[in-house]
Ligand binder design. Sequence first.
Ligand code: ADP
Ligand code: MG
Length: 498
Amino acid sequence: MAGPGWGPPRLDGFILTERLGSGTYATVYKAYAKKDTREVVAIKCVAKKSLNKASVENLLTEIEILKGIRHPHIVQLKDFQWDSDNIYLIMEFCAGGDLSRFIHTRRILPEKVARVFMQQLASALQFLHERNISHLDLKPQNILLSSLEKPHLKLADFGFAQHMSPWDEKHVLRGSPLYMAPEMVCQRQYDARVDLWSVGVILYEALFGQPPFASRSFLELEEKIRSNRVIELPLRPPLSRDCRDLLQRLLERDPSRRISFQDFFAHPWVDLEHMPSRESLARAVSRPTGMWWNEGMCGDVLSAPFGGKNTALVVEAVKKDQEGDPAAALSLYCKALDFFVPALHYEVDAQRKEAIKAKVGQYMSRAEELKAVISSSNEALLRQGTSARDLLREMARDKPRLLAALEVASAAMAKEEEASGEQDALDLYQQSLGELLLLLAGEPPGRRRELLHTEVQNLMARAEYLKEQVKMRESRWEAETLDKEGLSESVRSSCTLQ
Ligand code: ADP
Ligand code: MG
């Protein structure tokens, strides 16, 4: 029996030792395999009587499916057994404790660390989503860490909740309402989208130290869950715009207005495509064709024969560079760097890491040179553009909307000159371009249309260039702050700084 005071249960082939934790439905023990390897595992004992009407047999079929699942960010289910009272799940052991403890011993996590974890969680959820599996009980206690030295996040405790109603026979809520989507608590009717709400709560807690509905009493908690107020984000610590946007869209009470799974995976702050993974390097040296180079893409990959079906981003960049098209070359270098930097994070082999680092350095310096070239020709263009711009303004005197949009464009240019004004400048460019494009579409042929057309093109080029600059600075920053041990080290060091 796996009950308090009874000590660990007995199980064929394993020696159960300390209790690792217990959650809503089960108790988990650390254990050793008796046979040869003496492999360390975690064994989760689920009391059969805690299961609801769904038959135990159905559950066993489900477990069989989960056994087939392999993902770097999902706790692996190795095997299972059962007896008259319990079901025993034999799982990969995670030595780093759970995310709840990880957050609370550090009070809050820096945005950069939260982002790495969020990408890992998102990749696990994407994998499950593709297989039509919902978690339904996402919370920091169900997210484990592989180890504290190299903290990789591992999603645990999924696929189970579907067999258990969040309400027991006496209509008492099981689990923690702090992480449950409001529709789960209030309507008792819900679907996979509840997982996205929970992701929002977890992210909120990682960044601000406590979940959005943290309360002193149950009454207060209930009021917060039932209210229809928009979830407000604390102003401190300061967070990036993308991060705030994601939080706000995950923590949308109405599931039909909540961010969708697809938009979540593609959200710029999550950006699964650029997540450090074994595919990063392949993505850097090749253009996505749907066929990544897999396992074997190691030591010689940097000198691997480019071309064939895979048109390498860097090779194209070099080509454009030689053809004397610095803008196109810069853009391609930046795109390649977007993949190289995560590849650098992911690589563990010291020699290969050095090789990638050298390449990153080389491409960055060339990108810097190109930037200088483009910047000086931009200056020239800008001077040329001034008289045309004045003329356009003159011709827009009777068009207040046009005049206003041109004002916004001037404000964008002014912001661009300010230190750290880039993000604001980009927003202003976007705003003015949206308006100017509309006006251009309605503009009759003539001199004013020509001038407006040229101005729109100029502004687009400037905005594009600015975007690349911002990106490049971020890449450089990431590559520079990366030390020899890579991602895990950067996660650890930024955490211990707290
Ligand atoms: P429940 O279904 O009861 O919530 P969980 O699977 O969430 O059970 O496990 C409860 C706790 O046991 C977790 O919060 C964690 O602290 C610990 N635990 C669970 N699985 C493992 C594992 N594979 N390795 C290490 N600790 C684990
Ligand atoms: Mg749990």
